[in-house]
Design a protein around this ligand. Structure first.
Ligand code: SF4
Ligand code: SF4
Length: 94
């Protein structure tokens, strides 16, 4: 294995570990405030998924048509929003 391949493998593992922290509770996408992002979907297993996850960042709309800016979760962990204390990433910081 080359150094580049080893580096890429480590980066992929870190990314997967980071992603695995998420409980898919939907709180960061507005599921608790009654007007979630229109791209949020509830699965039969009662978890939430984004229907454009790979391209999610940017200006989006809620179900009621309100603008919502989708940003990386680390950008909003120091802000106040419904369900922040449920979030695994927030809990890891506190
Ligand atoms: S676009 Fe962003 S805010 Fe909307 S459901 Fe996807 S991850 Fe959540
Ligand atoms: S609030 Fe945190 S744990 Fe819940 S879906 Fe969003 S990032 Fe994942």
């Amino acid at each position: 294995m080359t150094d580049e391949e080893r580096y890429n493998e480590i980066q992929l593992r870190k990314y997967q570990e980071h992603e695995a922290l998420c409980k898919r509770c939907g709180a960061c996408c507005g599921v608790l405030d009654g007007d979630p992002c229109e791209h949020l979907r509830k699965t039969p297993e009662n978890i939430y998924e984004c229907d454009l996850y790979e391209n999610r960042f940017g200006l989006r709309k809620t179900i009621k048509g309100e603008p919502v800016l989708c940003v990386p979760i680390r950008n909003i962990l120091d802000k106040s929003w419904w369900g922040r204390t449920w979030c695994s990433y927030f809990r890891r910081l506190t």
